[in-house]
Unconditional design. Structure first.
Length: 152
């Protein structure tokens, strides 16, 4: 929708050339045309800057969405790992409880048998490290964690 600039063409009415008013009008028209060209170029540069800024923002948005997707994937994997470990811990706690109850039951049967028979059965009691974790039955050894323990 670019319009053609109006260009004034002076015609000489007198043999000596254009008059002073016509020269002034030509100068004004040239300045107007120059200003219009300058404004067009400035508007073009402004549009280019806006387009570049928009492209940069679109690229930044894509990068941030990609990072967000990666973070969500890691959170999902960590959550799954946590749930798995929590399930294992729950199963181990249940097993410890069942084994503790079984041990207590066997000890009560043993004591009952001792009382009934009158014989003393000298069976050494196995210490339960879960009841006294500060008195471990085996020597302490350092636990080494690997660097990639939490990476998937």
């Amino acid at each position: 929708m670019a319009s053609q600039p109006f260009v004034f063409k002076a015609t000489a009415n007198s043999p000596s050339g254009p008059s002073g008013a016509e020269e002034d009008h030509q100068i004004v028209d040239k300045r107007k045309q120059k200003r219009m060209l300058s404004n067009r170029e400035s508007a073009r540069r402004s549009r280019m800057r806006k387009q570049k800024h928009l492209d940069d923002l679109i690229n930044q948005m894509a990068h941030i969405r990609n990072e967000n997707s990666q973070i969500l994937t890691r959170v999902d994997l960590t959550t799954q790992h946590y749930i798995k470990i929590e399930t294992e811990n729950h199963a181990l706690r249940d097993e410890v409880l069942a084994l503790t109850q079984k041990l207590q039951s066997l000890n009560s049967v043993l004591h009952f048998m001792e009382e009934m028979s009158g014989l003393v059965m000298d069976i050494p009691e196995i210490p339960d490290p879960l009841l006294k974790p500060w008195q471990l039955p085996c020597p302490s050894q350092p636990i080494m964690a690997s660097a990639d323990m939490f990476q998937y």
